[in-house]
Design a binder for this molecule. Structure first.
Ligand code: DAH
Length: 335
């Protein structure tokens, strides 16, 4: 009987090791320690033993019962702990964990804002290469090899005839080459110049515009750009068209808005002039039309080009352009 008891104990302990569910634990308890369980039945057989053996076997039987009861309790406790863990892993009352989603870069946001204004005015958005042929970047824009205007836009050369574009104006040529008038496009994108200081980065962004049709006048240019500035900077923004020079427009004008910081009184931001330059523009030079094979007698057009960083800085009151490209999350999160 002693052997039976010890064998029973080993069997139960072994079975307890693989118990994973509370219901299995309960079944096991019933079949060994329950009223009709193996151990209970075994104990009943104590009476059949010779008297002198009963005390020793009785003690051993109680010891086995106690040990097993304790072991059942400890397995039960560990199941309780496991349940608690599972419950907390699935606590549906906890607030959700947010995945940081980020947003568009401020320069992308302003680019889209600019393009959207022109799309509403009937312009189409087009994009072209940043690595550009000298021909499109300079030559076809009426800037032959020795033209002094090239100096202002000295650039990164890939080879003698291939450059990183210095402006988005080459898109004027690319579009006109492939389309007959009327044409009305805006071309956003990256441009490159070997400048680097508080107001220049070697890479920056421009949006180019071009409209060609029968009877386009300087009045159309003025109306379109005034509408743009009013949408971008507010309907009360004063504008000034200043005579200027670009090799691919004639006449040319630079457009200023009344300083958004001092309202024209004069401050550091507007260099005490009361005005802020926002873009270059002009009537497309007939020389350019000739280069792309347009009939200069029957059509006319205007073009403009603006710096996206400049517009973004004026809108947000920033004075250091480099902030846009340092990728400091504390800066970017403000947009
Ligand atoms: N491409 C010129 C620049 O980067 C800006 C510009 C001036 C574009 C006049 C135009 C324009 O289309 O008509 O400085």
């Amino acid at each position: 009987m002693k052997d039976e008891l010890l064998e029973l104990k080993t069997r139960v302990l072994k079975k307890l090791e693989s118990v994973a569910e509370r219901s299995d634990l309960e079944k096991l308890r019933q079949s060994y320690l329950g009223r009709k369980g193996f151990l209970t039945l075994l104990l009943k057989r104590l009476e059949e033993l010779p008297k002198e053996q009963r005390p020793a076997i009785g003690r051993l039987a109680n010891q086995v019962k106690e040990e097993l009861t304790e072991e059942f309790q400890s397995v039960s406790d560990s199941l309780t702990r496991k349940d608690a863990k599972e419950v907390s892993a699935l606590d549906i009352t906890l607030p959700g964990r947010r995945t940081p989603t980020g947003h568009l870069h401020p320069i992308t946001q302003i680019t889209e804002e600019i393009c959207t204004i022109f799309v509403k005015l009937g312009f189409q958005v087009v994009q072209g290469p940043e690595v550009e042929l000298d021909y499109y970047n300079f030559e076809a824009l009426n800037m032959p090899k020795d033209h002094p205007a090239r100096d202002m836009q000295d650039t990164f050369y890939i080879s003698d005839n291939v450059v990183l574009r210095t402006h988005t104006s080459p898109m004027q040529i690319r579009i006109m080459e492939n389309t007959s008038p009327p044409v009305s496009i805006v071309a956003p994108g990256k441009v490159y110049r070997p400048d680097s200081d508080i107001s220049h980065t070697p890479m920056f962004h421009q949006v180019e515009g071009l409209l060609v049709d029968k009877g386009v006048s300087f009045g159309d240019l003025k109306g379109t750009l005034t509408t743009f500035a009013h949408q971008m900077f507010g309907p009360d923004t004063d504008l000034r068209f200043r005579p200027s020079f670009f090799p691919f427009t004639e006449p040319s004008a630079e457009v200023d808005i009344r300083c958004v910081v001092c309202q024209g009184k004069g401050c550091r931001v507007c260099s005490h002039t009361g005005w802020l330059e926002i873009l270059g523009s002009g009537m497309v030079d007939p020389e350019v039309f000739k280069i792309v094979g347009y009939d200069v007698e029957s059509i006319s057009g205007f073009a403009f080009g603006m710096g996206v960083e400049r517009i973004a800085m004026l809108k947000s009151g920033l004075d250091d352009i480099r902030l846009f490209f340092e990728n400091d999350i504390r800066f970017l999160q403000q947009f």
